[in-house]
Design a protein around this ligand. Structure first.
Ligand SMILES: [Zn+2]
Length: 82
C-alpha cells in the first residue's frame, strides 16, 4: 500500500506518514492527533527524541500552528516514541 509522505518540521526530512507523529490545533490547543481524523491544520514530527526536543526549542508550534505547546503535549510526544 502506498503511504503518503510528509515533512518533519524539525529535521525537514520527508518520511512516510506512519513514521511521523501528527500534531493538530484544536480549540487553540496543540495536541497529538491520535485518530488521524482531525482535518484542521497539522504538522508532523519524527518519532525521534531529537526532533521533539528541536520542536520545543524552535517553538515550531507557534510558527506553524500559531499556538503554544504545553508540557503535557511534549510529555505525550515523548511517550509516543517509547
Ligand atoms: Zn525529524
Amino acid at each position: 500500500m502506498f503511504i503518503p509522505e510528509r515533512m518533519c518540521v524539525s529535521c525537514r526530512q520527508r518520511k512516510p506518514k506512519n513514521q511521523l507523529i501528527r500534531i493538530v490545533k484544536n480549540n487553540d490547543i496543540a495536541k497529538i492527533d491520535q485518530n488521524k481524523k482531525e482535518t484542521s491544520r497539522a504538522i508532523y514530527v519524527c518519532k525521534d527524541i531529537q526532533c521533539i526536543e528541536k520542536l520545543k526549542r524552535n517553538k515550531a508550534l507557534n510558527k506553524f500552528l500559531g499556538c503554544d505547546g504545553s508540557e503535557d503535549l511534549y510529555n505525550s510526544l515523548k511517550k509516543e516514541i517509547k
